[in-house]
Design a protein around this ligand. Structure first.
Ligand code: ADP
Length: 626
């Protein structure tokens, strides 16, 4: 007896998790096995087309499903590309890359991150209904066949086997019924036919099964006999060639799962048939959840590309702009030449026309969703809005016209996400700018002293909480001829009330301000009388283009340059604190230094910036207390 090779430790845990929890419905194991079989035939078909030498007779390529109730076995075979011993080892020996599980461990995953959906785990779903799985396979161009056997989490063995033809056979030993769960249904011909029809109807190769029927018995009037006959169960017409009116949401969702576009239920599907200067069919999906690796370098965008029904590329990146990289699905076109290599295909003129066309379809779909299905759009936006904002910022803002109307920001007055158009349409006549404030959270921004004047005027403020936000806003510059303005900026375009002329106050307090500036030498560029503060004594703002929030973002980046915003300490001259400052200036310069240091550090804290010396800061507070 051969020793079992254990699954890698993490694979083992995953397998258990998988068997017990991933799929709510056990029946999908068949969809997974059939999809793998279909992929294997696709691969072989692709090889014959690109490498030539062999001809591809469609009749030779099919999938079979058969059952034997006596031995409780279910068999799925294909005439696809098969697997070598090494491929068996690497494809079926390691369930998922340890990186994925490590990610799950390191990051407390929320519902938004559908980790499981990212694994190539389809094959293992067989263990939900089987207590033993035997895979016998012979790879294209190989003389030997191999058998992979496993009874679940304890490992697997691989040994030489006999198999005449190229392809793969998978035999499942269906679990015995238990008190909690019946497994007999997976040995039932009718049930299996229904499962195939439900999930795998559009598989493009015949799925054949022996079907029991009855017919009048010859020579025996009125009597019937049962007989078995091989039938093709699936309709085979690819879903994208079908008429939209024949298809239900369930059909689209099944196709999404069958093709492993994701394990979530797509938020929206688009079925596109274009027959003009370019001709193509496409089925596109907007997923509901952010893939766990979406905002990492590992994520690969792209659509599956078919040419006249044959898969050419799994992920054709050129079909999607980066800002729509979340879109999943496929494109099929007859106009792509098949003889050319993949490289050439990527620069195919037809392909770029299709890409352009798809791009505008996605845009109008998103616009429509925003207009007609706001809740759904917000779900989408929560998952992928950040990407749209990156899209505004990237490529020197060349996509901003397309994307600006798809953006949503939280509004101080509406207490919900709003579009820029909604904001502008609510602006009172005298309001000059579109105001925004940045911070770590809506709650924190709400309390920012910098917002006081604008808020008091009753103007709406957009709250920006993501790193990319202010960069995107700066790239937009304006919307419908209204400029964006940070509530921290020098000119807020708001006329101060007559009695509070800051110029006058600045003159009055010139010496004090100059003294404070000297005390904060090297820390701030200036100390000024604030126009924007109401109830708060102090705040930090920045002169110039680089804001404090942008400084924070840039500094947090790897290899960050030593960027620094030109900070200005603003003082509220109507606050009691200012009176103390004045008194200290007149009577006790040590006290003035103490107060100035404290105010500066408090302003840093409010901004979410680190204090240079926390011990000094707390010592200063003690001094005030005693
Ligand atoms: P996924 O299909 O998501 O990659 P699976 O666990 O279902 O993950 O399968 C792992 C790999 O095993 C497949 O990517 C494929 O390379 C290989 N494989 C599975 N079934 C077959 C098959 N019937 N014929 C050839 N290769 C297969």
């Amino acid at each position: 007896m051969m020793n079992k090779t254990p699954f890698q430790a993490e694979s083992q845990r995953l397998l258990e998790m998988m068997i017990h929890s991933i799929y709510s419905q056990k029946e999908i194991f068949l969809r997974e096995l059939i999809s793998n079989a279909s992929d294997a035939i696709d691969k072989l078909y692709y090889k014959t087309l690109t490498e030539g030498g062999r001809s591809f007779n469609r009749e030779d390529y099919y999938i079979t499903v058969s059952v034997d109730k006596d031995t409780r076995t279910l068999r799925v075979t294909d005439t696809g590309i098969g697997m070598t011993k090494e491929e068996l080892e690497s494809n079926l020996g390691v369930i998922a890359q340890s990186g994925s599980l490590a990610f799950k461990r390191d990051n407390e995953t929320s519902d938004e991150h559908d980790i499981i959906g990212q694994f190539g785990v389809g094959f293992y779903s067989a263990f939900m209904i089987a207590d033993e799985v035997v895979v016998t396979t012979k790879a294209l161009g190989s003389e030997e066949a191999y058998r992979w056997e496993s009874t679940g989490a304890d490992g697997y063995t691989i040994s030489p086997a006999d198999k005449a033809s190229v392809g793969t056979e998978i035999v499942l030993k269906v679990k015995p019924n238990s008190e909690e769960q019946e497994y007999d249904e997976y040995l039932d011909e009718y049930r299996l036919r229904a499962i195939i029809k439900k999930y795998s109807d559009f598989i493009r190769y015949p799925i054949k099964m022996n079907v029991t029927s009855s017919r009048p018995k010859e020579g025996a009037e009125g009597e019937y006999e049962e007989y078995q006959e091989e039938q093709t169960i699936n309709s085979m017409v690819p879903i994208w060639r079908k008429n939209k009116s024949e298809l239900s949401d369930e059909d689209y969702n099944n196709f999404y799962m069958e093709k492993h576009y994701g394990f979530d239920t797509p938020l929206q599907h688009m079925h596109i048939s274009v027959d003009g200067a370019v001709r193509y069919n496409a089925i596109l999906y907007i997923p509901e959840k952010t893939p766990y690796d979406y905002y990492t370098k590992e994520y690969e965008k792209g659509l599956a590309l078919y040419s006249s029904g044959v898969l050419i590329m799994d992920k054709c990146a050129d079909l999607l702009p980066d800002y729509y990289s979340f879109v999943k699905g496929m494109v099929d076109s007859e106009d792509l030449s098949l003889n050319i290599s993949r490289e050439i295909l990527q620069h195919d003129k037809q392909l770029s026309l299709i890409a352009k066309n798809i791009n505008s379809k996605i845009t109008s779909q998103l616009q429509r969703m925003l207009k007609d299905e706001r809740d759904k759009y917000e779900t989408f936006y929560k998952a992928f809005g950040t990407q749209l904002k990156y899209g505004v910022y990237s490529d020197y803002g060349s996509h901003k016209d397309v994307l600006q109307d798809l953006l949503l920001f939280y509004s101080s007055t509406q207490k919900q996400l709003v579009t820029l158009d909604e904001y502008v349409s609510r602006m009172p006549e005298e309001q000059k700018y579109i105001y925004y404030a940045t911070g770590a959270s809506y709650d924190r921004i709400e309390k920012l002293p910098q917002t006081e004047l604008v808020a008091e005027k009753g103007y709406e403020i957009l709250y920006l909480i993501e790193d990319i936000d202010e960069f995107a806003i700066k790239m937009l510059m304006n919307y419908k001829e209204k400029e964006f303005r940070s509530v921290s900026s020098g000119d807020l375009g708001i006329e101060p009330d007559a009695q509070e002329s800051t110029t006058e106050e600045t003159q009055e307090n010139e010496a004090l301000l100059a003294e404070m500036k000297k005390l904060l030498e090297g820390k701030v560029k200036d100390v000024r009388v604030s126009k924007r503060l109401r109830n708060h004594p102090v705040c930090l703002t920045a002169d110039g283009e680089l804001t404090i929030e942008m400084e924070k973002v840039l500094r947090s980046m790897p290899n960050s340059q030593n960027v620094e915003a030109e900070k200005v300490l603003e003082i509220n001259t109507h606050h009691d604190v200012f009176r103390s400052l004045k008194a200290a200036f007149d009577q006790d310069r040590d006290k003035l230094a103490l107060y100035t240091g404290l105010l500066y550090n408090q302003a840093l804290l409010i901004e979410g910036l680190p204090i240079q010396d926390p011990v000094d800061f707390t010592n200063d507070i003690f001094k005030v207390m005693v």
